[in-house]
Design a protein around this ligand. Structure first.
Ligand code: NAD
Length: 451
């Protein structure tokens, strides 16, 4: 059955593909299994060289990949360029990490004890549609660096850059069968990878609901799983913060990628004593977000991913009177304007992951109240703290149950620092040296020196 891939800004087809099913998934796993012994045996310096070549090829194809990602996801070209830049950084980082992920020697009586980091085998990677190439690289980089082979299933809505990356990997000299891309439905290809006895681990990024099913499915074969799931992160603004700076930055922390960002700071918590003033600043800043054609260099926000998702996002604001509703193109394309809703933390818009350009603005009384509200969610992925009081910044950062926080900034994702969630935002870490741990088992070997 064929799969038509659309540009969400124009609703026009940009590719038509053969949709893979269970048989193709099984064939890809068989190829990856056959390629594993030789790939794990590649000398570390050579594996590093191959990953470095892939990073360089991504750089050489930077504009092509950015244009493809922009057209397929509807994301502004400026953002897509930044994301492809990060993909190259991620492969450079993991090329450099291949020979730096050491085992240990542990003092024991009667001999020596050493540990080895062993690759798992074939790993299944399942990725979402919002940052397709970026998230693919976060998983492929450490998986290949540690000697695993890969079957990756991108989201059906946005498979194009991952497919292109598969071609570039071959061009880089990474052997056939080491990186396999299979484009098909979650309910067929995804589930097959999860249950397949020859797949040792699933690295999953997506919604919490599907993550739960992945974890249940993996139980049958005791597969390792790492789960990067949804979020409902808080952007906490204290009265002593630089309010204008916090307000100017806030729209980009939730409306970036049209709000389709697991790290979206979609609950803006504001101390009551400065609430009205901050809301005025926030509305001014939100009005400035440039929404429109993703191909335009100046555009800051594009459309949502699909007609279905547009309807879901719209359901969160139905019947509400927004504090602010921006402008967006009308007619063709899945457009939704930047929207600010004054809310309590019990409202649906503050509890569920909207995954669109909708922010809930919520007042709080004092520091303990801010931490309580920030933590009153099943999620725990990201968040920001704005204050000029350094001690408070540390106290609140320690108090908020989220894996990736920033102080007086909304930036928290880098190739060389760990990324991942707490609570129902998932577990396991990607990026940085921590990202390697999810793709190895530790083997412990005791060697007797007696006799
Ligand atoms: P999704 O959960 O619907 O799909 C994610 C992937 O899982 C897709 O490739 C899909 O085809 C596949 N899938 C669907 N059903 C499956 C099944 N039964 N078995 C195996 N695979 C299956 O998510 P989405 O709509 O593509 O992406 C949006 C979600 O992803 C949001 O909740 C967002 O917060 C989350 N996300 C999290 C992070 C993070 O790092 N924490 C990053 C980006 C997106």
């Amino acid at each position: 059955m064929s799969l038509v891939v659309l540009n969400p800004a124009t609703e026009q087809p940009i590719a038509e593909l053969e949709r893979a099913g269970v048989d193709e998934a099984d064939a890809a796993v068989a190829r990856a299994k056959a390629a594993f012994p030789a790939w794990r045996a590649v000398a570390p310096a050579d594996r590093a060289r191959l990953l470095r070549r892939l990073a360089t090829l991504v750089e050489d194809h930077h504009e092509e990949l950015a244009q493809l990602e922009s057209r397929n996801v509807g994301k502004p070209i400026s953002g897509a360029r930044g994301e492809v830049g990060m993909v190259a950084q991620v492969f450079h980082f993991y090329a450099g990490a291949v020979d730096k992920h050491y085992g240990e020697t542990i003092p024991v009586a009667g001999g020596i004890d050493v540990t080895f980091r062993e690759p798992l085998g074939v790993v299944g990677l399942i990725t979402p549609w919002n940052f397709p190439l970026n998230i693919a690289s976060w998983k492929i980089g450490p998986a290949l660096a540690t000697g695993n082979t890969v079957v990756i299933k991108p989201a059906e809505l946005t498979p194009l850059t991952t497919m292109r990356l598969g071609e570039l990997a071959l061009e880089a000299g990474i052997p056939e069968g080491v990186l396999n891309v299979v484009v098909g439905r979650g309910s067929t290809v995804g589930e097959r990878l999860v249950e397949h006895p020859d797949v040792a681990k699933i690295g999953f990024t997506g919604s919490t609901d599907v993550g739960r099913r992945v974890m249940q499915g993996a139980a049958t074969t005791i597969k390792r799983v790492t789960l990067e799931l949804g979020g409902k992160s808080a952007n906490i603004v204290f009265a002593d913060a630089d309010l204008e700076q916090a307000a100017a930055a806030a729209p980009y922390s939730v409306f970036d990628n049209a709000g389709q960002d697991c790290c979206a700071r979609s609950r803006i918590l504001v101390q009551k004593s400065v609430y009205d003033r901050f809301l005025d600043y926030l509305i001014d800043a939100t009005r400035k977000v440039k929404v429109g054609d993703p191909a335009d260099e100046a555009t800051e926000m594009g459309p949502l991913i699909s007609a279905e998702h547009l309807a879901t996002v719209g359901s969160y604001v139905e019947g509400l009177s927004p504090a602010f509703r921006g402008e967006a193109p009308e007619g063709i394309g899945f457009w939704f304007p930047c929207t600010l809703i004054e809310a309590t933390n019990d409202d649906r818009v503050a509890r569920e992951e909207v995954f669109g350009p909708v922010a809930a603005v919520i007042p709080f009384e004092h520091e303990a109240d801010a931490i309580r509200i920030a933590n009153d969610t099943p999620y725990g992925l990201s968040g920001s703290i704005w204050t000029r009081d350094g001690s408070r910044a540390i106290r609140v950062a320690r108090g908020v149950g989220a894996g990736v926080l920033s102080v007086n900034s909304n930036s928290s994702v880098r190739a060389h620092t760990p990324f991942g969630g707490m609570k129902q935002s998932g577990f396991g870490r990607e990026l940085g040296m921590a990202g390697l741990d999810g793709y190895c088992d530790i083997k412990n070997v005791f060697i007797s020196t007696e006799g």
